[in-house]
Write a protein that binds this ligand. Structure first.
Ligand code: AMP
Ligand code: TRP
Length: 336
């Protein structure tokens, strides 16, 4: 039997965070041994809100180097740049013709981001791309016949929409698409903001103390963990509702060391928050030290570019075949 195919992408808007690593990247690395893993840099998704061309370009190389530095293996995973595969925008258009405006307006991410644009800029300038984002994401998945999609919790709703679009089109045109399943970790699917643990950790946060960037200075990383908001109980106990700050740090510790939350509670039963934060700092710094070392070796190497081209070639073969089938089935092409 052939291996199950998995696909996922990360938007190239800025620096990757520990949230991206624990929610998504760590899964990609673990899954690449047992599945056919495809991972891309979602640069077409990065332009839904204004971004400088120079930044966008720089982010590509930096992100690919970081993917490999985090442990993706070019001999196992297919890593590519989303916009290298032109078929994806073609399919996204077709899918958008089978998706309603209501469905897109109901997406939490659209509601959050469009509200933020209005309040930050005081304008009503909401790019159509922000609304259409999930149809492009559905195309990313359906174009490659991916059976499953490893993501953080915030992307679950988008994958449900991709499933609905696939089912709808299968009903209309015959078995056209594989209906994809999300793969969401039990622990670490939503790493929270260090300063406001009611929000998810995000690379677009304005306060740098809110998130840990994978390429952050290691002393700063320790300081950010020391400054993380906790509570006054001074007891290392997991309770996301009443103690979200310390629970978030426990989740981070658990994902990196593969210790369970129950084990962490026992290990730190007689320790105060200062001691616990030092321990969290140690494991995070140790992880990032390894990643950064590899990243610096890879950043300007020829290998990275070669891997990216190799990945695009493989992805293209799958994409061309699929799009041809879609064009035929939907009546857009008269030649088989
Ligand atoms: P993005 O940076 O929004 O493109 O996200 C890329 C991947 O990282 C997606 O699978 C997200 O669900 C995941 N992700 C982003 N932020 C977090 C977070 N704070 N905790 C867990 N996963 C996250
Ligand atoms: N929207 C995803 C995010 O911000 C990134 C992404 C784009 C993606 N296309 C995808 C993830 C396809 C999984 C599958 O996190």
């Amino acid at each position: 039997m052939s291996q199950k195919r998995l696909i996922s992408g990360i938007t190239s808007t800025g620096k990757l965070t520990l949230g991206n690593y624990l929610g998504a990247m760590q899964q990609f690395v673990e899954l690449q041994d047992d599945y056919e893993m495809m991972v891309f840099i979602a640069n077409l998704h990065a332009i839904v809100l204004p971004i400088e061309a120079k930044t966008l370009k720089e982010n590509i190389k930096s992100m690919v180097a970081l993917y490999f530095a985090c442990g993706l293996d070019p001999n196992k995973a297919t890593v590519f740049l989303q916009s290298d595969i032109l078929e994806v925008t073609n399919l996204a258009w077709i899918l958008s013709c089978h998706t309603t405006i209501g469905e897109l307006e109901r997406m939490t991410q659209f509601k959050d981001k469009s509200t933020k644009v209005r309040s930050d800029n005081g304008t009503n300038f909401i790019p159509t791309g922000l609304l259409m984002y999930p149809t492009l994401m559905a195309a990313d998945i359906l174009l490659y016949d991916a059976q499953a999609v490893p993501v953080g919790k915030d992307q679950k709703q988008h994958i449900e929409l991709a499933r609905n679009i696939a089912e709808r089109m299968n009903n209309k045109f015959g078995e056209l698409f594989v209906v994809p399943e999300p793969i969401i970790k039990e622990t670490g699917a939503k790493i929270m903001d260090l300063q406001d643990p009611s929000k998810k950790m995000s690379k677009s946060a304005t306060n740098p103390k809110s998130y840990i960037g994978l390429l952050d200075d290691l002393n700063q990383v320790r300081n950010k963990i020391k400054a993380a908001i906790t509570d006054s109980e001074n007891l290392v106990r997991f309770d996301m509702e009443n103690k979200p700050g310390v629970s978030n740090l426990m989740t981070i510790y658990s994902c990196i060391t593969k210790t369970t939350i129950a084990e962490i509670e026992v290990m730190f039963a007689n320790k105060n928050y200062g001691e616990f934060k030092n321990a969290v700092g140690d494991v995070v710094v140790n992880l990032l030290e390894g990643i950064q070392k590899k990243y610096n070796q890879l950043l300007n190497s020829q290998e990275v570019e070669m891997w990216l081209q190799q990945g695009a070639k493989k992805a293209q073969i799958i994409a061309q075949k699929k799009l041809k089938k879609v064009l035929w089935s939907t009546g857009l092409n008269y030649k088989k």
